[in-house]
Design a protein around this ligand. Structure first.
Ligand SMILES: Cc1ncc(COP(=O)(O)O)c(C=O)c1O
Length: 368
């Protein structure tokens, strides 16, 4: 059977998401003992220790299906963020929440507005359900909310705003968000993807989007994959009006979040020591990179997240390969349309120093 004739047209046309290289694969390929993953915005301190011990205790119960309603995780989130449990839904990573929102609200041909470039999953997931994706270029590496709002038509159903954004690390502030939400048509749902929310907490004008929940069609998503260090468990959450949450639950698989993810997330949520340590590490790392890039006269985007986008020049692919051969995995950004750029996740001091040392060497040898 010729599957090319069978596969859905939209699937055939999709460029697959390319994940970062796995550590073991890089070790094998380059015959390295140590490899440092600075490519996927994970937490270099590891998972919340509280989560690890809670998961160990829960292991004996994994013969049972998980709690399909994620009752205790919602209860913990509800207490922490002062939200009703009916305003919450839990996802298999916040990736799943993006997909659920699209599945619940988007018909074929409906318009979905996204920025370009931004987190790739919006376009991928919207294309798969045959939405019409309207891309609005970033302005000076920042979301251009004014232009995005101007693109709204009668057919617009959803607008995605990554805040802070990935891959730029830039953010939109409370004034910009307030202006954007003012007099927004009632048929439009705004999805604030706040995967890096916890890293932006020391920024004075970073918006508090939860306060808008009952004023319009707003979904706010957060994740346990970043500051909490639980990327491997796949767990994220979203807050919205009870009506929106009801629809998201209608398209959600009954057991979408596994038991260990639920238990780990509850424990990590209030692991204040781990959160504070992780935030401090990133603050320090960002300061270090900022100074170094300035000294090297490299253009970079000031970051509100745990990664930084920097322009290393036309030979970014060669630089990426050279870093890889030294065991440092970063992201080369051509696939995002950012030629000459790489994105580096903030690591621990050892990783950050190693990256800068190796980067300097590659830049010195004329990128050749
Ligand atoms: C902006 C943004 N949103 C969502 C995600 C997905 O996070 P999760 O692991 O919760 O699916 C990421 C992960 O890199 C991201 O950068």
């Amino acid at each position: 059977m010729n599957l090319k004739k069978v596969v859905r047209e939209v699937v055939a046309g999709i460029k697959p998401y390319i994940p970062g290289k796995p550590i073991e694969e890089v070790k094998r390929e380059y015959k390295l003992k140590e490899v440092y993953k600075m490519a996927s915005n994970e937490n270099p301190l590891g998972p919340s220790p509280r989560a690890v011990s809670a998961i160990k205790k829960a292991l004996a119960g994994i013969n049972l299906y998980p709690d399909g309603s994620c009752f205790y995780l919602k209860k913990a989130l509800s207490a922490k963020y002062k939200l009703d449990m009916e305003n919450l839904v839990i996802g298999n990573g916040s990736d799943e929440l993006i997909v659920l929102a699209l599945h619940a609200f988007i018909n074929k041909g409906d318009e979905v507005i996204i920025a370009d470039p931004t987190f790739l999953v919006y376009k991928l997931a919207a294309t798969l359900i045959e939405a019409k994706v309207i891309s609005v270029p970033l302005k000076d590496f920042q979301y251009d909310l004014v232009s995005m709002k101007a693109k709204i038509t009668k057919k617009t159903k959803m607008i995605f705003i990554a805040n802070p954004d990935n891959p730029t690390g830039s953010y939109v502030n409370n004034k910009q968000v307030a202006e954007f939400l003012k007099a927004l048509p009632k048929h439009v749902i705004v999805f604030f993807d706040e995967a890096y929310f916890e890293y932006a907490q020391n920024i004075k004008d970073y918006p508090d989007t939860l306060k808008y929940l009952n004023q319009g069609n707003i979904i706010v998503s957060r994740t346990f994959s970043k500051i909490y260090g639980l990327g491997g468990l796949r767990v994220g959450w979203a807050a919205a009006s009870k009506e929106i949450i009801g629809y998201l639950n209608q398209v959600r698989e009954p057991f979408n979040v596994n038991t260990l993810a639920q238990v780990g997330a509850i424990a990590a949520l209030n692991d204040k020591a781990h959160i504070a340590k992780s935030r401090k590490l990133v603050e320090k790392g960002l300061k270090f990179f900022t100074q170094e890039f300035k000294m090297l006269d490299l253009f970079f985007v000031p970051s509100a997240a745990n990664f930084i986008l920097v322009k290393v020049g036309a030979n970014s692919k060669i630089i990426y390969e050279k870093l890889l051969s030294k065991g440092i995995i970063v992201r080369e950004m051509s696939a995002w349309g950012l030629k000459g750029f790489i994105r580096i996740t903030i690591g621990n001091s050892k990783e950050n120093n190693l990256f800068i040392t190796e980067l300097k060497k590659t830049l010195k040898t004329g990128n050749s």
